[in-house]
Design a protein around this ligand. Structure first.
Ligand code: AMP
Ligand code: GLY
Length: 419
């Protein structure tokens, strides 16, 4: 069987690499992918994620069994609907189901209607009304652009002035374009953050190991929000009972709600949660795998990944199994300056061997050579599994010390909350 993965980052590298390990898979193509992926035998297809008809033609001509959609913007643009329309299978939610991610207001309405615990909120398109709401509620308070904003459309404001300024930038200065034409303003939730992922088909779902991302750029959760600088799974200090509560109060009702609303969910559901004093509450839903969480979750999958997805797409019961051994941890290496302006073209260290995996995100071959250069904000990620978080940290940070990371940076405290 031949498969296609849509996307180009570390997440898609991890998805495609895992699919290629499956018994019946002969080839995995990635569109557009990045050069680093070819070191793992993946084949790149030079078509961008927005060119749906070219991707469809490619899938037809190459007899692709099904296509795995990685990124949120492709889902929001209706790529799954377009594939389905011509009779092709694609793993991911339809545009209507992906609205859980592409509109924070829609997600909030669903949560309120189906009684899913989340922060109290108001939605505004008028700046004066937003300002009045912020002044009434006080700080800390959180201001979010309604639409997709590459993880940058959220301001956790410590003062009323900061919150008003954020609302001003989104509603009046158009900082996020259409994505910020409406804002969701919500209660600040205090507690530890974690991510819960599930494979989903309608009301059937299969929970993955818990994960914790590190969204701020620098050590000690300082600096700007990024796509994610490192992660580990499972989160050892998170009691099983919290996961059970999250399943019962969050995952089940939201999936039942999506069926009631006429947009049943198929794909990966990603719940971003905060464990508050009143139990887990939702800060966001995403309609896809997380990046970098995928890179530390999928190595723990012990079943045949491609077979699992085939079964879900065929509405059969998948046999999904995970290792319960130790912890898988990964550290992202990014270009100096990320998530703001950064330089490209720095030489990258050799791909690791043995039990440390290298996943590439922004990596490109030097012309006529197999040497890689940096070509994006997040560049690569090292991932390993060990008995404990500290043992995994030691392996990764030892390796990173031996690599030349000139022009690049990484956090030194990934997994620190588990120690
Ligand atoms: P999001 O893009 O919605 O994941 O938000 C980015 C980050 O802002 C999250 O990872 C949280 O750290 C923080 N955040 C979002 N919503 C809230 C909230 N209601 N209370 C506290 N922190 C939040
Ligand atoms: N790691 C955060 C995200 O994928 O949205």
């Amino acid at each position: 069987m031949k498969l296609l993965v849509v996307g180009s980052g570390g997440r898609e590298h991890a998805i495609a690499k895992k699919l290629l390990e499956s018994k019946d898979v002969e080839k995995v193509f990635v569109a557009p992918g990045n050069d680093g992926m070819t070191l793992d035998g993946l084949e790149l297809v030079n078509i961008s994620i927005s060119e749906h008809s070219k991707l469809i033609d490619f899938a037809k001509v190459n007899n692709i069994a099904w296509t795995f959609i990685g990124p949120d913007d492709a889902l929001a643009a209706g790529i799954v609907d377009d594939f389905n329309q011509v009779g092709l299978k694609a793993f991911g939610p339809t545009k209507a189901a992906a609205e859980l991610e592409w509109s924070k207001d829609f997600a909030k309405e669903i949560m309120v209607k189906y009684d899913v615990p989340t922060a109290a909120y108001g939605t505004f398109s008028d700046f004066e009304e937003a300002k009045a709401y912020i002044e009434e509620k006080g700080a800390p308070i959180v201001v979010k652009a309604d639409g997709l904003a590459l993880g940058k459309g959220v301001v956790v404001a410590e003062t009323v002035e900061q919150a008003v300024e954020a609302a001003h930038e989104m509603l009046l200065d158009n900082k996020f374009g259409d994505s910020g034409a409406r804002v969701v303003i919500e209660e600040f939730l205090d507690g530890e953050e974690f991510s819960l992922f599930a494979f989903v088909n309608g009301d059937k779902f299969y929970i993955m190991p818990t994960a914790q991302d590190h969204k701020r750029a620098y050590d000690g959760d300082k600096g700007p929000n990024t796509g994610g600088m490192g992660a580990y799974a499972p989160v050892p200090h998170l009691p099983e009972s919290v996961v059970d509560t999250a399943v019962d109060t969050i995952v089940k009702p939201v999936l039942e709600g999506m069926i009631q609303e006429g947009c049943p969910y198929l794909g990966i559901l990603y719940a971003g949660l905060i464990l508050t004093a009143d139990g887990p509450k939702v800060i966001e839903f995403n309609a896809r795998f997380g990046d970098p969480e995928t890179q530390i979750i999928l190595p723990r999958l012990t079943s045949d990944f491609a077979q699992n997805i085939t079964d879900i797409l065929d509405s059969k019961e998948p046999n999904i199994t995970w290792t319960d051994k130790g912890v898988t941890l990964g550290v992202v290496v990014a270009s100096n300056g990320y998530p703001l302006d950064y330089e490209k073209g720095k030489p990258l260290p050799e791909k690791t061997a043995g039990d440390i995996i290298t996943y590439y995100a922004g990596a490109k071959f030097v012309e006529n050579s197999r040497a890689l250069l940096s070509n994006g904000g997040r560049v690569y990620m090292l991932v390993t599994t060990a008995d404990t978080v500290s043992a995994a940290q030691e392996k990764i940070y030892d390796q990173l010390k031996r690599q030349d990371t000139t022009g690049l940076f990484y956090r030194h405290d990934i997994g620190g909350k588990a120690l």
